[in-house]
Design a protein around this ligand. Structure first.
Ligand code: ZN
Length: 499
């Protein structure tokens, strides 16, 4: 029913695939290449395509985080299958809908990651690639299981000794202490004795059983991250100097990695753009938050167990290229302008990311704004999100028999990322964590999860078009509340401009 082929798509393949899809004579609905929406610092265009020519726009974007390669891959496969009118897309109505595609918002991070992956995987056949991805995923998962089990032990002790309110901080402090170290139950006992102010023998008794039950090995070796080991020998030579943009990219990366500041294996897991800015963290709110944390903690890590700092420009990325003044990265300037120019024609935007199987739904809103309007944007957001997730779930259940739900996530209180910022400005903006398998970049390529991710999200895409039609009468409306003489409420519909 669908044309799906799993591949790691580097620069050359990216443009080859786009051209093949664009020129395919079998297309039922033509794919049109439009002017790029902007450029990265190194000069890579941020490409823009569309299928259909209707007034209702749906936008799919991938590749905000360079290492989440499944998102770019997904956009390409969605473009192809929609253009061909495959499966659920056979009744696509191009006079009503336009589906806009921005396949890769962060070409620098995406091409860096895929070049690095390709340099290690270049001689593998399809079977070996699948095996390699599976091994990567398993190693990633094993590490995560172990970390979770250890965190669980710490939590159990915190609860027992009345430190449960500080659990999170204690866990963070533990991993900060044992980053890049090998440790056994002995070190854990010592840490907890000092942190929880309890007799050593008492903790010893607690840990003995918990460690045996949950860890099962004498040591946890945190000096190496097994799933990254296949990439330990790569270096900047994996970026070919095929044009000016590539030369710029290589120069930018050389600057970022100079003095061996970061291990080269991070090239294969490159989240930021080449200037070291994380495009989702690149917003004013988060910039201020992070600066406050830097003042207190000096170095802020992306997570206590992941050694990459977000308090400086790095492969993980930080909030702004300049720490004294907030600056939007050119990739975000492009996307902000894109939505501004679209005015009110965008009905749903899916900002596709890599792993987690989640949809971030709720817009940030000002709880103190008690305006006299009944605004339907919450309803619209929730309805679209619910229908999207229901459709994904249906596919999973049909194919696997297992009810394996995607999660709906809200962020009603504060803005932490660029995606939240967009949700605060526009109706129907979502951050979609595509794959249920963890472990970017390669984890999502395990079978059958890869095919399920594609198919389920295709179906959900079509479902959203149906939902938008059902909700269309609500989109441009807001209701003013008026009370009549008997104190009964009446809503008076008003047309409004979506902003
Ligand atoms: Zn992401």
């Amino acid at each position: 029913m669908y044309k799906i082929s799993s591949q790691v798509i580097d620069f050359v393949l990216f443009y080859k695939h786009l051209e093949i899809i664009e020129k395919n004579k079998q297309n039922k609905f033509p794919l049109i290449k439009l002017k790029p929406i902007g450029k990265s610092s190194c000069g890579f265009p941020i490409e823009h395509f569309k299928v259909g020519d209707g007034p209702l726009h749906i936008v799919y974007m991938g590749g905000t985080h360079g290492n989440e390669i499944i998102s770019v891959d997904f956009i390409l496969q969605l473009m192809n299958n929609l253009a061909l009118g495959n499966g659920v897309f056979k009744n696509f109505n191009p006079d009503l809908f336009t589906v806009d595609f921005i396949p890769c918002q962060n070409p620098e991070g995406y091409f860096t990651t895929t070049y690095a992956l390709k340099s290690v995987m270049k001689d593998m056949n399809q079977k070996e690639i699948l095996h390699f991805c599976k091994q990567y995923y398993l190693n990633y998962r094993n590490r995560n299981v172990k970390i979770n089990n250890l965190n669980q032990i710490i939590c159990t002790c915190c609860q027992k000794y009345d430190f449960s309110t500080q659990e999170k901080n204690i866990i963070t402090s533990f991993w900060k202490n044992f980053y890049n170290k090998k440790f056994s139950s002995k070190e854990l006992i010592q840490f907890l004795t000092e942190t929880l102010f309890v007799e050593e023998n008492q903790i010893k008794n607690d840990i003995k059983y918990l460690w045996e039950e949950n860890i099962q090995e004498t040591y946890i070796d945190n000096t190496k991250i097994v799933y990254l080991e296949p990439f330990n020998n790569i270096n900047l030579d994996c970026i070919p100097l095929i044009d000016n943009n590539h030369i710029e990219l290589r120069n930018a990366l050389e600057k970022l990695y100079q003095n061996n500041k970061f291990p080269f294996c991070t090239l294969a897991n490159f989240i930021a753009n080449a200037s070291g800015v994380n495009l989702n963290d690149n917003n004013e709110f988060y910039f201020q938050e992070l600066n406050k944390r830097i003042e207190k903690e000096k170095i802020v890590y992306s997570s206590p167990i992941y050694p990459l700092p977000k308090s400086c420009i790095s492969p993980f990325g930080t909030t702004s290229i300049d720490f004294t003044k907030f600056i939007h990265a050119p990739e975000n300037v492009a996307i902000l302008k894109f939505f501004k120019d679209m005015e009110n024609s965008c009905y749903a935007f899916f900002n596709c990311h890599g792993t987690g199987g989640q949809l971030y739904v709720e817009p940030f809103y000002d709880i103190n704004d008690k305006s006299n309007f009944r605004d339907f944007s919450f309803y619209i957001n929730n309805r679209i999100a619910t229908e999207y997730l229901k459709e994904i779930e249906k596919t999973y259940i049909e194919k696997t028999g297992i009810k394996s739900s995607y999660e709906k996530m809200g962020y009603p209180n504060k803005i932490t990322g660029m995606a939240d910022l967009l949700r605060s400005k526009y109706i129907g903006h979502f951050l979609l964590e595509l794959s249920k398998a963890g472990g970017n970049p390669l984890g999502p390529y395990i079978m059958p999860n890869y095919h399920l991710t594609m198919e389920a999200n295709f179906r959900a895409c079509q479902k959203i078009m149906d939902t938008i039609l059902e909700l269309e009468h609500l989109y441009d409306k807001t209701y003013q509340v008026k009370y009549n003489n008997n104190g009964k409420v009446n809503y008076y519909a008003q047309t409004r401009t979506r902003k």
